[in-house]
Design a protein around this ligand. Structure first.
Ligand code: G1P
Length: 311
């Protein structure tokens, strides 16, 4: 059996949910406290034993390449000032086996993945989407690789979501659980209306696929939203070879959504050695002020000032 060595991280999207911040900056570079979200994904890949990573980029995504490049001037400066801890942080992000390809037109996730055909060749591989940071004792990508080694088949990570949110995800129609959170799947459906959703088990952005997916993607017609949908290709793959769904039981942080992003920032901040104590104190104070209504009044006063300044 072939070892899973390669990962694709699609990062070509416009990031419209974070406009205006993403007008000239990749959404993948927005930091959670001090670490760009894409670095969390790259770290999950490496912790899972992935050796080569291809990031699919597009226009305005150069800062991602620069982030994972060396910066000799900065390194020299930190060295000269004896800032060993900062130097270590900067050097952590260089020397990885990272490759870049560009998606010229935003024709959908399936189309972005197709740009990786030559990179992947004839091996099983993983796809990691950047909108979710996953936390568990064993990294989710490693869980998929372990499951691949047992099943010798494609494995897609899924998680239960509230029923009304099924229209934001690829949803599976599961058969009975085969044990270990593993499901045989009747159908994969991209973003169904809640009324039509066959379950609440949603695809959460980690896929382990066999290379046969590329032949399917090459001939696939546009699906939901007029885009080439990866979910549609997986549904076709599932008709000729088994594609399992693997339920994730850890913590998922949706950083592709404003509220999810704020929650993740607080959670990560509460673990961050430099800010955790101050942040904890601040949150406790804030909770008291919110209870008494003090903060609401103050915020209203500030936004009123802003409106006045505009006039
Ligand atoms: C994509 C996929 C969808 C999946 C989701 C997970 O949608 O098309 O099947 O459930 O990622 O985040 P997007 O969020 O890019 O619209």
């Amino acid at each position: 059996m072939q070892k899973v060595r390669k990962a694709i991280i699609p990062a070509a999207g416009y990031g419209t949910r974070f406009l205006p911040a993403t007008k000239a900056m990749p959404k993948e570079m927005i930091p959670i406290v001090d670490k760009p979200t894409i670095q969390f994904i790259v770290e999950e890949a490496i912790a899972s034993g992935i050796e080569d990573i291809l990031i699919i980029t597009g226009k305005l995504k150069r800062p991602i390449e620069d982030h994972f490049d060396s910066n000799p001037e900065l390194e020299e400066n930190l060295r000269a000032k004896g800032k060993a801890d900062l130097l270590e942080l900067v050097e952590e992000t260089t020397g990885l086996n990272l490759y870049f390809a560009r998606q010229a037109y935003p024709l959908g996730l399936g189309h972005a993945v197709l740009q990786a055909k030559a990179f992947v060749g004839n091996e099983p591989f993983v796809i990691m989407l950047g909108d979710d940071i996953m936390a568990d004792e064993v990294p989710l990508t490693k869980q998929l690789i372990d499951s691949y080694e047992k099943t010798h088949a494609s494995n897609i990570a899924v998680m239960k979501v509230p029923h009304e949110e099924t229209s934001s995800y690829g949803i599976i129609d599961p058969e009975a659980e085969a044990g270990d959170g593993l499901y045989n799947v009747r159908k994969f459906v991209e973003k169904p209306d809640p009324d039509d959703a066959p379950s609440d088990l949603a695809i959460i952005g980690r896929y382990l696929l066999t290379p046969e997916i590329f032949n399917i993607l090459e001939h696939l017609e546009p699906g939901k939203g007029g885009e080439i949908q990866l979910t549609d290709a997986i549904d076709i793959l599932n008709k000729t070879q088994r594609v399992f769904a693997k339920e994730f039981k850890g913590e998922r942080y949706d950083v592709g959504d404003k509220f999810g992003f704020l929650k993740t920032t607080i959670q990560y901040g509460l673990k961050h050695p430099q800010v955790k104590d101050g942040l904890r104190e601040y949150i406790l104070e804030l909770a008291k002020d919110l209870e008494s209504g003090k903060v609401d009044n103050k915020m209203n006063a500030e936004s009123h000032d802003l409106e006045e300044a505009k006039d």
